[in-house]
Design a protein around this ligand. Structure first.
Ligand code: ADP
Ligand code: MG
Length: 243
């Protein structure tokens, strides 16, 4: 809701790659309990935003405030401990490890951490059930289909019990039925109290899930507001058409 406290404040965040401004002075807020949609054409800086906020890339400048602490530039594991988890646009499981252990490792080493692998596995079983993957616990990630690999990616992110999860195109490549099931899963993630930043191109899902969207274009924050209204703004339509 608009009155919910602010969980994350990003101020003037910038990141360039060899002179290309992938993120150009981006300022935005994420409120506790919301699903914020992050949209924009290909190459507009959405994944870079996730990579910088989660500590996978160092920002060139700017601030990222979580709970009164500027976490910008901290290493990824420290940011994970602070309560931010992310998924990858292309899933990155440990291929030699079972599905269960992939999630157990995340439970052990990310977030608050757990003392033993057995404790990690107990936690992991819950998240596999949450993501409808119980029956795949002993499989290798390579034996999963795309839909299941995407859900494994979600289970790994959730296993660290994050306060904020950054989802990078989790619906990409799924069938309409699989998208519906993923939308239900994302609703359940929010309902358990986790705040979500949701990078997505599937507009039906964006409309069904998000309270508010921001649109990036060439590294700049171009627009912000209610999804229906923002998507009709001429500047946003032009950005998508590449004009
Ligand atoms: P989006 O996720 O919105 O499609 P990205 O954040 O992946 O966009 O990319 C934004 C821009 O930054 C693109 O021009 C892309 O080529 C560039 N870029 C992203 N990551 C890297 C990187 N690791 N090295 C060099 N250029 C990158
Ligand atoms: Mg991307």
């Amino acid at each position: 809701s608009p009155e919910a406290p602010i969980l994350l404040t990003v101020k003037g965040l910038s990141k360039s790659f060899r002179g290309l401004k992938a993120l150009n002075n981006v300022t935005l807020e994420v409120r506790q309990g919301e699903i914020l949609g992050l949209l924009g054409p290909n190459g507009s800086g959405k994944s870079t935003f996730i990579n910088v906020v989660s500590g996978h890339f160092l920002p060139d400048g700017g601030e990222v405030w979580l709970d009164g602490k500027n976490i910008a530039g901290l290493p990824a594991h420290r940011i994970a401990q602070a309560g931010i988890a992310r998924t990858y646009q292309i899933p990155r499981p440990f291929t030699q490890m079972s599905v269960l252990d992939n999630v157990a490792i995340a439970a052990m080493y990310a977030g608050k951490g757990l003392p033993t692998m057995e404790a990690g596995r107990n936690e992991a079983r819950q998240w596999l059930a949450f993501a409808h993957l119980e029956s795949k616990a002993d499989s290798l990630p390579g034996d999963l289909n795309l839909h299941q690999r995407k859900f494994l990616e979600l289970a790994r992110a959730l296993a660290s019990r994050p306060r904020l999860v950054l989802l990078d195109e989790v619906l990409c490549g799924l069938t309409p039925t699989e998208i519906q099931s993923a939308v239900q899963l994302i609703k359940r993630i929010r309902d358990q109290g986790t705040t979500i930043v949701f990078v997505e191109h599937v507009m039906d899902a964006v409309m069904a899930l998000t309270d508010r969207i921001v649109v990036f274009d060439q590294g700049l924050l171009l627009a912000e507001g209610a999804p229906q209204e923002v998507m009709q703004r001429p500047a946003v339509v032009e950005a998508y058409l590449g004009l």
